[in-house]
Ligand binder design. Structure first.
Ligand SMILES: *[C@@H]1O[C@H](CO)[C@@H](O)[C@H](O)[C@H]1NC(C)=O
Ligand SMILES: *[C@@H]1O[C@H](CO)[C@@H](O)[C@H](O)[C@H]1NC(C)=O
Length: 543
């Protein structure tokens, strides 16, 4: 008996030792790290994606602090929020810019114009946020020590300086597939033969001529925009940290980004393109893998929808008052005449476009949970990246009414992939709107296509949440990730485009040409030397 006990003890002692050894050889734990998120972009939909990353890390037990200019919609009890809102007059101007944009038919030009024009303010206000004392206190207070820092990208490359300011590794969060301005930071190659994020190419098809032309000029256009913005960034950088002797130059700080989290999943949604290891795709991070229960009113409304339900939402950036009254009335006439029940995201529930038994107006809605409801038949959307990902995740077909930015490109993707249809919001009429809705609801091909996609989208070695945790802790464990950096980061425009090699080849060719010339001249001389007899011939001829 006692011998038995001894072996048992021996066993457990050995077990404990083994366990200790195993613990010792594990990578150093990075749990309970201090993480800072700086999200100065004024777009609520971008912020939802960034906050989903922060929430995932907080759930893992990290100590997360977030600075933003908009109040968070995604939260977690242990996240410390510092909200630094814009000045009222800036808020008003951004609002005005939106109104202008919504009234135009979207095109590459309005997109460019909006980036350079009214979005200019969105770029400038981000600097104000960083100048706020409540933010600067974070680095002036020497007791604060962060293990990793997240910056939400939105035309704010100069914020890479925060890595040096906080003396910690920096990760960029970007809410779409790799964009040229983000690629630049981690040396992800930009090739005009590789489709850019807004070009949609159907699976197994080449880029056609038109797409290649669009791709070529947008690669060049974004390059040019990048150069224009670079000039501004230098100004901002100088304004923020010009006095600080310890700060590196912007050029140096730009070469110190550890990773970029992109809210995309290239292998299922495209574009299929080569990515360097520092691009970590976490497409769908904002989508809950298991839906939360719906609020009682929405749940009842949907459960009892005999003919199914439709969700109508133009996102969080576009408020109903941005639209022309005719457009709102067309939408109301159409939706109220349907047999399906409609949940309509509407800012002002007291002042609705009209009362109808089949319409439920809601100011803010749990979109993700509604999209997961089995009765939902159609999502009418502005084709923002976030909502689109949620619909794709849950396999819901879409009717796209794009307005600006990446939305027209997203809408094209919806049509090209067969997930739904696209209409122009500015020229919407009741008949075509209703026909499009009925086509998607009654023709099963759209639902089938998006459900097939949904299966591909969910099939990954790691969930987006697991990827976020793994790679963030990886960066914390190794104090950055310079070892996996693309050499392109440290190569200038000449080296990365092999311009010097072209010159070398041209020189070599010229040299060969010269040598040839010498040789041939020599040979020619020899020949003509021989043909010195020619005059004799001539003479002979003359004779
Ligand atoms: C969490 O981070 C904040 C901000 O740096 C810091 O003040 C606080 O002490 C941290 N809490 C813990 C438990 O480390
Ligand atoms: C580069 O990143 C490291 C952490 O990975 C940080 O400590 C350092 O201050 C950064 N340096 C510059 C010049 O940005």
């Amino acid at each position: 008996m006692s011998g038995n006990r001894n072996t048992l003890m021996g066993c457990s002692l050995g077990g404990v030792l083994l366990a200790l050894l195993a613990l010792h050889s594990l990578p150093q734990s990075s749990e309970g790290s201090n993480i800072l998120g700086v999200f100065t972009s004024h777009s609520p939909s971008h912020f939802i994606v960034h906050m989903s990353i922060m929430k995932t890390l907080a759930e893992k037990g990290h100590n997360v602090t977030v600075v933003s200019s908009v109040p968070p919609k995604v939260t977690h009890k242990s996240i410390k929020h510092i909200v630094l809102p814009l000045r009222d007059e800036d808020e008003k101007m951004i609002h005005g810019g939106m109104v202008d944009m919504v009234k135009q038919k979207p095109s590459i030009w309005t997109t460019m114009k909006s980036i350079l024009g009214s979005l200019s303010l969105l770029i400038n206000t981000q600097v104000d946020t960083l100048e706020d004392k409540r933010f600067t206190d974070l680095y002036n207070n020497k007791d604060n020590k962060f293990d990793v820092l997240f910056v939400g990208f939105f035309f704010n490359t100069y914020q890479v300086g925060l890595g040096a300011k906080f003396n910690c590794p920096l990760i960029i969060s970007w809410m779409s597939p790799p964009l040229s301005m983000v690629n630049e930071l981690i040396g992800n190659p930009e090739l005009s033969s590789v489709p850019q994020m807004q070009i949609s190419v159907a699976a197994g098809k080449p880029m056609n001529f038109q797409q290649r032309v669009a791709n070529f000029f947008s690669t060049a256009g974004f390059g040019l925009l990048g150069k224009i913005l670079d000039h501004r960034y230098k100004g901002f950088y100088e304004r923020l940290w010009g006095d600080d002797k310890n700060m590196p130059s912007l050029e140096t700080a730009k070469k110190n980004v550890s990773l970029v989290f992109c809210n995309s999943h290239g292998i299922s949604e495209g574009p299929v393109r080569p990515n360097v290891p520092a691009i970590i795709e976490i497409g769908g991070i904002q989508v809950k893998s298991k839906p939360d229960p719906l609020p009682e009113d929405i749940k009842e409304f949907m459960d009892n929808a005999k003919n199914g339900a439709i969700l109508f939402s133009l996102g969080s950036n576009l408020k109903a008052e941005y639209f022309k009254p005719e457009v709102v009335s067309t939408i109301y006439k159409t939706l109220s005449s349907l047999k399906q029940r409609v949940i309509w995201k509407w800012e002002d529930p007291k002042n609705t476009p009209g009362k109808s038994a089949n319409i439920l107006y809601k100011k803010w809605l749990p979109q993700d949970d509604i999209l997961a409801h089995p009765k939902l038949k159609l999502f009418i959307t502005h084709a923002g990246k976030g909502g689109m990902a949620e619909a794709q995740y849950h396999g819901v077909p879409m009717l796209a009414l794009p307005v600006f930015a990446d939305q027209p490109g997203n809408a094209d993707k919806i049509v090209e992939n067969g997930y739904g249809l696209r209409l122009e919001l500015t020229s919407l009429d009741v008949k075509e709107f209703k026909e499009a809705i009925n086509e998607i609801v009654n023709n099963p091909k759209y639902a089938k296509k998006v459900q097939t996609f949904s299966k591909l989208y969910r099939d990954r070695p790691q969930t987006p949440q697991e990827s976020v945790v793994y790679w963030t802790e990886y960066v914390i464990r190794h104090h950055g990730a310079p070892h996996m950096q693309s050499p392109l980061v440290h190569m200038g425009i000449i080296a990365s485009n092999n311009l010097d090699i072209y010159v070398l080849v041209a020189l070599a060719l010229y040299l060969i040409f010269l040598i040839n010339k010498v040789v041939w001249t020599f040979l020619w001389r020899k020949c003509t030397g021989k043909s010195k007899k020619a005059p004799q011939n001539k003479k002979v001829k003359k004779q």
